[in-house]
Design a protein around this ligand. Structure first.
Ligand code: C2E
Ligand code: CA
Ligand code: CA
Ligand code: CA
Length: 391
C-alpha cells in the first residue's frame, strides 16, 4: 500500500467532500474536526497506528469531518476498492461486528454534534418559519375540505412479472396550485403533528381501495396469485404516540383486510434517532400482524447494526442507489451487498425508482424480489389503477 507525506497544518480532506480514501497513520498527528455554527469542534487527535477517513468509504457518504495534520505526518493510503475488497472477503461475523460498531459510532457522533451548540436563528430561517406557518394553516384547511388524495404506484414481482402490490403516495389537490407533491407538505405536517391525522386517513383510504383492486383481480380469475398488498408510508411522528398505534389497529380491524397484506414503510431515521422507542412501536405493529418495510434504505445514517433488532420484513433500496449503479460500480456493489444482506436476514427487497431496462437487468442479477419505478408504472389515481388491472 502506498504511503503519503503531509506537512504540518495540511488539510487532508474537508467535511462534505466525497470520500474515496482512508488513511492509516504511520507517524505524526492528525486532528479530526467539524464545525458548528462557524465554530471549530475537535472530535479527535489521532496518532501512529490509528485509522481515519474510513467512515465515508463504508457508509458511502460525504466526509463527516475535516482531517488536518498538526505535525509532519506520514500515512498509508487505502482506496475504497481495497477496503471494500477486504470487507467483502471478511468473515460474515466480522462484517456484522464492523457494521454494528460503525452504526453506533455514527449515531453517537451525530448525537454529540446535535447537542454541541444551539443553532442560530438567521433571517432566512425566520422566513422559512413564516412560510411553514402558512403551509400549516393551509394543511389544516385542506384536511377539512378533503383535498388530499392517494395515488398508487404498482410494485411488480420481478420474477413473475405481475403486479404484487402498490405503494400509496399522497397528493394534495390544491384549489389554486393544482396537484402538490408530498415533498412540499409532508415535512411541515410532520413538524406540526398534522401528519398523524393525515396518516391515519391514508391507511384507511388505502385499505378501502385495496379491496376494490383485489375484487378486479379476482374477477379476472387468472392463474393463482397471492393477494395484492398495500404499502403505506408512516411517519415517525405517528409511531411516537402509542394510542395512535392502537388507532391504526382499529382501522385495520374495521377494514377486514388481512393484516399481512399491509406493509408500513418507515424510514431509517426513526430507528437511528430513537431505537428503544422504535423497537417498542414496531413490535406493537408487528403484533397486529402487519409487515414492516424500511424505506429509502442506505440514505440515512446506516442502521445496519439495528436491522436484527427490529421485526422487519422488507428493505426498500433507495432510488439514488438504483439510478447511480449503472454508471458507478461502487453503487452497484452496494446494491449487491444490500441484497445479499437482506437475503441473509430473510428480508424481502424492493428496489425503487427503476427507470430503465439496464437498471432492471442489474436488479435481476441480484435476485431482487420486487421492483417499483417509472419503467413499470408511475403513481396514478385509484381510477387509473382499476383500469390498468381490468385491462
Ligand atoms: P418515498 O416513500 O421514497 O416514495 C417514492 C417516491 O419516488 C415517490 O415520490 C414516487 O413518486 C417516486 N418515484 C417512484 N418511482 C420513481 C422513478 O422511477 N423515478 C423517479 N424519479 N421517482 C420515482 P412522491 O410521491 O413525490 O413522494 C415523496 C415522498 O413523500 C415519499 O418518498 C414519502 O417519503 C413521502 N410521502 C408520500 N406519501 C406519504 C404519506 O402518505 N405519508 C407519509 N408520512 N409520507 C408520504
Ligand atoms: Ca415509501
Ligand atoms: Ca422510498
Ligand atoms: Ca426515496
Amino acid at each position: 500500500l502506498p504511503n503519503t507525506r503531509f506537512d504540518a497544518g495540511e488539510t487532508i480532506f474537508h467535511r462534505g467532500e466525497p470520500g474515496d480514501h482512508a488513511y492509516l497513520i504511520r507517524s505524526g498527528q492528525v486532528e479530526i474536526s467539524t464545525d458548528q455554527g462557524g465554530k471549530k469542534v475537535v472530535i479527535a487527535n489521532l496518532g501512529p497506528g490509528e485509522v481515519f477517513g474510513e467512515l465515508a468509504l463504508i457508509s458511502h457518504q460525504a466526509r463527516t469531518a475535516t482531517a488536518t495534520t498538526t505535525r509532519d505526518t506520514e500515512a498509508t493510503v487505502i482506496s475504497t476498492e481495497r477496503l471494500q475488497a477486504a470487507i467483502d472477503s471478511a468473515d460474515p461475523l466480522l462484517q456484522t461486528l464492523l457494521r454494528g460498531n460503525l452504526g453506533r459510532f455514527i449515531w453517537t457522533q451525530r448525537f454529540m454534534l446535535q447537542h454541541a451548540s444551539p443553532k442560530s436563528e438567521d433571517s432566512s430561517l425566520a422566513h422559512q418559519a413564516e412560510r411553514d406557518r402558512n403551509v400549516e394553516a393551509e394543511i389544516g384547511r385542506a384536511i377539512k375540505t378533503r383535498e388530499f388524495e392517494l395515488f398508487y404506484q404498482p410494485i411488480v414481482d420481478l420474477e413473475k412479472g405481475h403486479i404484487a402490490g402498490f405503494e400509496a403516495l399522497m397528493r394534495w389537490r390544491h384549489p389554486d396550485r393544482g396537484t402538490v407533491s408530498p415533498g412540499e407538505f409532508i415535512g411541515v405536517a410532520e413538524a406540526t403533528g398534522q401528519i398523524v391525522a393525515m396518516g391515519a386517513w391514508a391507511l384507511e383510504e388505502a385499505l378501502e381501495q385495496l379491496k376494490g383492486f383485489q375484487a378486479i383481480v379476482d374477477q379476472q380469475a387468472l392463474d393463482e396469485q397471492p393477494p395484492l398488498f398495500m404499502s403505506v408510508n408512516v411517519s415517525g411522528r405517528q409511531l411516537l404516540e402509542l394510542d395512535e398505534i392502537e388507532h391504526l389497529g382499529a382501522v385495520l380491524k374495521q377494514s377486514g383486510v388481512a393484516p399481512e397484506r399491509i406493509k408500513l414503510e418507515i424510514t431509517e431515521s426513526l430507528l437511528v434517532d430513537d431505537p428503544m422507542h422504535a423497537a417498542i412501536a414496531l413490535q406493537q405493529l408487528r403484533d397486529l400482524g402487519v409487515r414492516l418495510a424500511i424505506d429509502d434504505f442506505g440514505t440515512g445514517y446506516s442502521s445496519l447494526s439495528y436491522l436484527h433488532l427490529f421485526p422487519l420484513d422488507t428493505l426498500k433500496i433507495d432510488r439514488s442507489f438504483v439510478q447511480d449503479m449503472i454508471h458507478d460500480p461502487r453503487r452497484e456493489r452496494i446494491v449487491r451487498a444490500i441484497s445479499g444482506l437482506a437475503r441473509d436476514l430473510d428480508l424481502n427487497i424492493i428496489a425503487e425508482g427503476v427507470e430503465n431496462e439496464e437498471e432492471l437487468a442489474s436488479l435481476n442479477r441480484f435476485e431482487c424480489d420486487y421492483v417499483q419505478g417509472f419503467l413499470m408504472a408511475k403513481p396514478q389515481t385509484a381510477d387509473q389503477i382499476r383500469q390498468l388491472l381490468a385491462g
